[in-house]
Design a protein around this ligand. Sequence first.
Ligand code: PEP
Ligand code: MN
Length: 279
Amino acid sequence: MSSEGKKEGASSRKLLVSRLHKSEDTVIRVKGTEFGGESHTMIAGPCSIESHEQLLTVAKALKEAGVEVLRGGAFKPRTSPYDFQGLGEQGLELMKEVADEVGMVTVSEIMIAEQIRKAAPYIDIFQIGARNMQNFELLKAVGRSGKPVLLKRGLSATLEEFVLAAEYIAASGNEQVMLIERGIRTFEKWTRNTLDISAIPILKQETHLPVLVDITHSTGRKDILLPCAKAALAAGAHGIMVEVHPDPPSALSDAKQQINVEEFHTFWQGVRQSGLYNE
Ligand code: PEP
Ligand code: MN
């Protein structure tokens, strides 16, 4: 790693995920959809998988709009143990059913190594959530799985910690890792988290991995999704993640921050018209 001002240590090693190891961008291809490189990728879908109807409604609308990647949580990392914890394996079954019917690539979170085996037949990409970014045994296990991984930045993780978390996956035999900035904890209260735009060019400079931005969890606000998506794309992000639910007020998780299908259409039109998004 080349930047100035860095201390000796992990970052002075030639990491597998670093530009020193590989100068060209890594492009991850999943069922004809590309992450990284020249084109952009939109990942959309509900916070949690709740029912067949809920997922099918949103997946159909997204696919018709030209979105190829469907997200949805089955194992949910909730702050309170009394909140909806996700449908688990049943949710993953629904995800596969719907994705097969509509024809989409799927992303879903796994929280413990044991879920890798359960989830593998149902989903295309494993998401490692912010709360597990430094669960090193999980990172090693997902590294051994061979499936592409979408790694979220930890709640208070530095970029060095984020890159080293990705290195755990790569060092375990899996270089199909995408990094996703999802906001970090700061003193600011008007957003759920603080979207760190500078993370995008830095991660792209330091690593060869695709870099995406989750604008929903980083802002927690529906009213600023478009400008934040544009900022992310202008800064070089390879893709955007956004939460879409057919009826957000009734959602079993993140009800306040999810947009409905109509709002998605407006947002998506704005993204496409910005000239910053390559299909
Ligand atoms: C999610 O994407 O469903 C999620 C829980 O996000 P994060 O891990 O970034 O909080
Ligand atoms: Mn959510």
